[in-house]
Unconditional design. Structure first.
Lengths: 505, 87, 276
């Protein structure tokens, strides 16, 4: 094992700091001009693929918890007795619980993803996946696939509306899910691309191009649009959360970055959305128009666009149906690919143009490293998603969280798993104080002199937390590594080990 | 004092703990704990329940607790209230 | 000077834990109507331990004890004698209950009389003068209207007399006047209007029954920045004229004499004294 620059031991490719990758573009070699692509029997199509043991297949997650595609395809593959599949799924949710069975019977033996929650996450943490999984960022997935660092044998792409030749749109049709940002890269670079659609028609806005597509399979349904609403897309009603949002806005104001033409992204948690509302009111009051809002989009960001407080939305995924609607009707609501969004070798990527990003965290430590991959109990329950991408790109990165929730402190002495390194984190706003990274001495002075914000050091926040909760017992792990936490440049930040099963009777 | 009846205190709300005291025919203090923070604080929570019971002269009881992240002082308060309700 | 008084039921562990990070200037830990009868003792136990253990930062802490005629009264007052507690909110404040309270409450503690009965209203002159521990008067509109056998309305005409009488007595005896809770939690506009209305007749603060009301109350109690600026100008001009031996003068078409000056000075002091 090798020690990386965060003093974590990793098997190879140690993280050695945040260093931009040299710009690179990857040619799209795919050009399928055939005209007889339309099929109606998924079982036959999959049979004809002649998949071998160890095949690498990919899926997107834009149908979120309403997705039907992944479960269906894996079931068909299992029925053909194919084993040792590597699954490159951009994210996995509760709805993918059948996968647990296919991990147990070794149909799937490796998972490469940017986010995993629910039973599949638990299964990985309990050691049910034969090989070591990889948890990477959204940006890195795009790079990994485009650069052929990982070669996708077959990409199965659920497309809400597809023409018989494969021109596809995400924002039209009965199962509309909005942006197909994470599917575009797969479609461009996978060896074979199978589109599954429940609505065959010519789309108005093309996100998937027909020349990338090999087969279009008409199925009865690709998913449940109601399942798109991810459950974290309502503004918090908790007055403590609202306070945190208010303080965060004040901090943002004082960075000097909130001026005409500023660009901003916020996560999808309850507090982050309350902040979107605060930004709305602020823009209204100050008559300032921002440039773009980016990332995962909800109705709250749509409100900002509709009120012309921002010129544009750059949407890599839709978190609710209001966002899907807006994408379809508003010419300033643009779908972007994962590569355009956060591709680490994409010079003009969106994250690099961000002024401020506001994110959540499970844990943040005294060094300002952040964990959104494992819970405080050591179980896998998330992943980088776009966390380390946006944090790296934005001029100022703010983490928002209650300091203590149900006896668990967000501030710890060392995070269980590093998802985003400290170099990318600028501030933490909690209900019991705000910690600004020591690299911003001038800002800290300014805030202390000109505002009543409760500025503290991370150590002070930690002490306040421990005073309240007492010191937690460390989580026990087995030696076996079940997953790797990968940075957006392909280096390893940390390892995730199998959680030890202990009896507390 | 003895635990002679079933008493309860607390709630299942966040940051609280529901404490149920029952007589224990075995004649010892037995604590059964369910907690949202079992791994991190299970030991600490049990210890504090035990010491609170002992401080009130309890030598035998079955103490069933469902914890939703209560801090130490809340646990003490709830155990005390459950004891108080025995009278 | 506290602008908002937030009720926190002492039976709720989570709310007590968050109380010090909410924006209210003062917290009233409720042992009375906010707590079910069979929870009152356990609420007091929880409050006691919470007071011992938690750091409440710069919040002013009050305890609404139970009625002087209840079984819980004595122990509640003992709990309220805790060093971190600033004072008590005395429910159904009348001469009898105030006397009972004064007998057992620590002399360093403040008493806020909750006027919520007809008898309490007409006994205001005595209540205000019985003890220097009495520092404020709270209006309890819900119980008061029940006591009078009338419906409680948003317009509030049924508590009009009590409201005005309370503030008069508060001004006469230099006590704080704190207005009754606004029960429509979602109606922020209604709350804002009511706060502005009672502030215009002299009320200093408002009770909040939900943390989300606090922000609205604070905004509504802010003095108009233009009025504040004008007050500053008046004070500056008057003090300058005074050094020249002039006691009355014209400022932008307005006659400025001592009463006008004092009013302007008072406004500035009040606004500056407010917990920001």
């Amino acid at each position: 094992m090798i020690k990386n620059s965060l003093n974590r031991f990793v098997p190879s490719h140690p993280f050695l700091g945040v260093h931009p990758l040299p710009p690179q573009t990857f040619p799209i070699l795919k050009n399928n001009t055939q005209t007889n692509k339309l099929r109606d029997n998924l079982t036959d199509v999959i049979k004809e693929l002649n998949l071998k043991d160890g095949a690498v297949i990919s899926f997107h997650h834009h149908l979120r918890n309403g997705d039907d595609v992944l479960n269906r395809v894996i079931k068909e593959i299992a029925q053909l007795d194919i084993k040792k599949i590597t699954l490159v799924a951009s994210s996995l949710f509760e709805v993918h619980h059948p996968l647990v069975h296919y991990l147990k019977d070794k149909t799937v033996t490796k998972i490469i993803t940017a986010y995993v929650s629910g039973p599949v996450a638990q299964a990985i943490s309990e050691g049910l996946c034969e090989e070591v999984c990889v948890i990477h960022s959204h940006g890195y997935r795009a790079h990994m696939i485009a650069s052929k660092e990982i070669e996708i044998d077959v990409a199965f792409i659920g497309v809400p509306t597809s023409s018989p030749l494969g021109d596809g749109s995400g924002s039209e049709g009965p199962s509309a899910c909005g942006s197909l940002g994470y599917a575009v890269v797969d479609a461009m670079h996978a060896k074979k691309v199978i589109v599954l659609s429940d609505h065959i028609a010519e789309p108005q806005h093309i996100q998937i191009k027909k020349e990338w597509v090999d087969v279009v399979v008409k199925v009865d349904r690709i998913g449940d649009p109601q399942g798109i609403v991810s459950g974290t897309t309502t503004i918090t009603k908790d007055p403590v959360g609202l306070n945190i949002a208010r303080m965060t806005l004040q901090l943002m104001e004082n960075t000097g970055l909130m001026k005409e033409g500023f660009s901003f992204q916020t996560g999808a948690g309850g507090i982050s959305l309350a902040l979107a509302k605060e930004v709305y009111d602020w823009c209204e009051h100050h008559h300032i128009q921002g440039n773009f809002i980016s990332g995962g989009i909800t109705g709250y960001q749509v409100d900002l666009l509709n009120a012309h407080h921002f010129k544009e939305i750059k949407d890599v995924q839709c978190f609710d149906l209001k966002a899907v609607e807006s994408m379809h009707h508003n010419p300033n609501h643009h779908a972007i690919s994962a590569d355009d969004y956060a591709g680490p070798t994409n010079e003009h990527n969106v994250v690099n143009q961000l002024d401020i990003v506001v994110l959540g965290a499970t844990e943040i430590d005294l060094d300002y490293n952040v964990n959104v991959t494992t819970g405080s109990d050591g179980m896998l329950m998330g992943g980088s998603g776009g966390h380390c991408d946006t944090a790296a790109g934005a001029k100022f990165t703010i983490i928002v969280s209650k300091l203590v929730s149900s006896r668990l402190s967000v501030v710890v002495d060392k995070v269980i798993t590093v998802t985003t390194p400290h170099e990318s984190i600028d501030a933490l706003v909690t209900d019991r104080g705000i910690a600004i990274h020591p690299r911003h001495q001038a800002l800290i002075q300014h805030l202390k002199e000109n505002t009543k914000l409760p500025i503290k050091t991370m150590e002070e926040l930690y002490d306040i937390a421990i005073q309240l909760t007492g010191k937690p017992e460390p989580i026990h792990f087995d030696d076996r590594i079940v997953a790797l936490s990968m940075y957006r440049d392909g280096t390893l930040l940390d390892v995730i080990r199998k959680v030890a099963s202990e009896d507390f009777g | 004092m003895n635990i002679t009846q079933i008493t309860q205190a607390g709630t299942l709300e966040s940051n609280d703990i529901l404490v149920t005291l029952k007589p224990n025919p075995e004649g010892t203090i037995e604590i059964h704990l369910q907690s949202v923070v079992l791994k991190q604080f299970g030991k600490q929570i049990k210890a504090i329940i035990l010491s609170t019971l002992q401080n009130h002269g309890i030598t035998s009881c079955l103490c069933e607790c469902e914890d939703k992240g209560a801090l130490d002082h809340v646990i003490i308060a709830r155990v005390e209230s459950a004891i108080q309700r025995q009278l | 000077m506290n602008r908002s008084y937030l009720f926190i039921p002492a039976s709720n562990a989570g709310m007590i834990l968050s109380s010090m990070v909410l924006d209210a200037d003062a917290i009233i830990f409720d042992l009375e109507d906010g707590v079910a009868l069979n929870q009152k003792i356990s609420a007091r136990t929880l409050l006691q331990h919470s007071l011992d253990t938690l750091d409440f930062l710069d919040k002013t802490l009050y305890v609404r004890i139970n009625n002087a005629s209840s079984d819980f009264f004595l122990e509640d007052v003992i709990c309220a004698n805790h060093p971190k507690v600033h004072g008590v909110v005395l429910p159904k404040a009348e001469i009898k209950s105030l006397e009972a309270c004064l007998k057992v409450l620590d002399p360093s503690k403040t008493i806020l009389c909750l006027i919520e009965s007809a008898l309490g209203v007409i006994q205001l002159p005595q209540l205000c003068q019985m003890s220097s521990q009495v520092k404020g008067l709270l209006l309890g509109g819900e119980d008061l209207s029940a006591d009078c056998g009338v419906e409680r309305t948003q317009a509030g005409h049924e508590i009009d007399y009590a409201r005005k009488s309370l503030v008069m007595h508060a001004k006469a005896f230099k006590l704080m006047a704190i207005d009754t809770p606004f029960v429509n939690i979602e109606d922020h506009q209604g709350l804002r209007e009511e706060v502005k209305y009672v502030a215009s007749m002299g009320y200093d603060a408002k009770v909040a029954i939900n943390p989300r009301q606090v922000h609205v109350i604070h905004e509504a109690l802010k003095v108009d920045p233009l009025k504040f600026k004008e007050a500053k100008m008046i004070v500056e001009a008057f003090e300058k004229h005074r050094t020249q031996g002039i006691g009355v003068f014209n400022l932008n078409g307005k006659m400025i004499d001592e009463p006008v000056y004092l009013k302007a000075k008072h406004l500035i002091e009040k606004e500056e004294r407010r917990t920001p």
